[in-house]
Design a protein around this ligand. Structure first.
Ligand SMILES: [Zn+2]
Ligand SMILES: [Zn+2]
Length: 451
């Protein structure tokens, strides 16, 4: 009942806020992040699905300034190719850069042209801007973007933005749930992951602090930001999960298929937080993620198709080196945790590495997880599987199911992560009870839409 009242309250908040959200003009300014930790500026290395050699940057709101720096001289005697140049992109105007044999060349919609070639461009915005790369969805970014010419003739992209911005974008991107408590859990999980990734200095040898892939947290700008996430984010203290007083890197996946595996079985990491468990509450109906479209799946692979995958991915295209594979270790959940490739040679690997390689080769809709049984046919094999992803940590669809059963975000997190406590990222005590924090007396204004 309390959960239903809470849903109604949020619906009311949404309705009250909607007129402001849909108006592009005169929308409220972007609210400040709720905490010092979330206001931290970090450098995110943007890895897109293909190498970038040309792109367009458009000032969507506010003005962008750009500074072009010369290509550094190769030796002390080489003259510099050009001088530093700068300019601005007015709102709705744009700039296109391209890598040519001279370096980065730039042209703006307002007529400026820099054809001599540069080594680096820094674009800083006081609002938001679009980064458009041909054939990819545009990335809506804020803060500062560094575009650096690389030796291979492509550019490296680093966006300097805030932790709060990454949390909102990442949760909007990964969450399959419309539920308030599930999304609150994902916000806490995302913040915990970022804090742990920064503390672990996962990118100490790079020119950035975090990457935008699953290695740290997916971040593809604000293009997909959902209003519900914006509102929930503004309304919550900056909780993170800790275990024995420390943040940790929480794992998550889309759907476990009813059984979560341990980090020990899947990754070979001794870890008391990511333990195996059934994703169901006894006496409360079916599995928490039973409503996922990936709960059950079937895919048929021909022998040739599988052999091509093995040879391209694991043998550098060499034929007959690996012809087939078989499972050699399976955990209690039925997840294949170790496989053997064989043909002229033999190789063993973790199941999760095999899964990632299959995703790279076939796409994420083919072999959805390593939890499947094999049914050999005459020339094909049928894979009958359950769930999507590695199956460790938080089952996102299960969290959605638990929220639908009336669970709070704190209880959802404690269900998937053993022995954790909630604390504030910026210091101060965490919540004293298991109930979600009380909302504000009047709804705060949400962030401006960024579509
Ligand atoms: Zn990373
Ligand atoms: Zn599940």
């Amino acid at each position: 009942m309390a959960a239903r009242r809470s849903v109604l309250r949020w619906l009311m908040v949404l309705i009250v806020c909607l007129p402001g959200l849909t108006s592009a003009q005169g929308a409220p300014p972007q609210p400040a992040p709720p905490s010092a930790f979330d206001a931290t500026r970090v450098r995110v290395g943007l890895s897109l699905r293909k190498p970038v050699t040309t792109a367009r940057i458009q000032a969507l709101r506010g003005t962008c300034r750009y500074v072009l720096s010369p290509i550094p001289a190769a030796s002390g005697t080489d003259p510099l190719l050009s001088q530093e140049r700068s300019g601005k992109i007015a709102e709705e105007e744009d700039l296109t850069f391209q890598v040519t044999h001279r370096g980065l060349t730039v042209r703006t919609s307002e007529g400026a042209e820099y054809a001599e070639g540069f080594g680096k461009m820094v674009v800083s915005s006081d609002g938001v801007f679009n980064l458009e790369v041909y054939n990819l969805s545009p990335l809506i970014l804020s803060g500062r973007l560094e575009i650096t010419l690389l030796d291979d003739g492509t550019v490296g992209l680093v966006n300097e933005t805030t932790i709060g911005e990454i949390i909102r974008s990442a949760v909007s991107e990964i969450s399959p749930s419309p539920e308030i408590e599930a999304n609150k859990a994902f916000i806490v999980m995302a913040r915990t992951r970022l804090k742990a990734a920064l503390e672990q200095k996962r990118h100490a040898s790079d020119t950035f602090d975090l990457c935008n892939t699953d290695h740290c947290l997916p971040f593809h700008g604000q293009g997909s930001n959902r209003e519900l996430i914006e509102i929930l984010y503004q309304d919550m203290p900056d909780f993170v999960m800790t275990a024995q007083g420390k943040v940790f890197l929480p794992y998550y996946h889309e759907c476990c298929g009813g059984k979560v595996s341990s980090a020990k079985d899947v990754f070979g990491i001794d870890d008391p937080i990511h333990v195996a468990r059934e994703d169901r509450i006894v006496g409360k109906g079916s599995e928490n993620c039973f409503h996922s479209s990936s709960f059950y799946w079937t895919r048929e692979f021909s022998q040739e198709e599988m052999a091509d995958f093995l040879s391209v991915t694991f043998a550098g295209g060499g034929t007959r080196i690996f012809l087939r594979w078989d499972p050699i270790k399976t955990d209690a959940a039925g997840r294949i945790t170790e496989v053997r490739l064989f043909g002229r040679r033999e190789r063993k690997m973790r199941g999760v590495d095999f899964l990632e390689a299959a995703w790279d080769y076939f796409g994420i809709n083919s072999l959805k997880s390593m939890r499947f049984t094999l049914e050999p046919m005459r020339r094909t094999t049928i894979y009958r599987g359950m769930g999507r992803g590695h199956g460790v940590g938080c089952c996102l669809m299960g969290a959605d199911g638990l929220a639908k059963k009336g669970w709070s975000f704190e209880d959802i997190l404690k269900f998937y992560f053993a022995g954790i406590t909630l604390t504030k990222a910026s210091g101060g005590p965490g919540p004293a009870t298991a109930s979600p924090p009380a909302g504000p007396s009047s709804p705060r204004k949400p962030a401006r839409p960024r579509r």
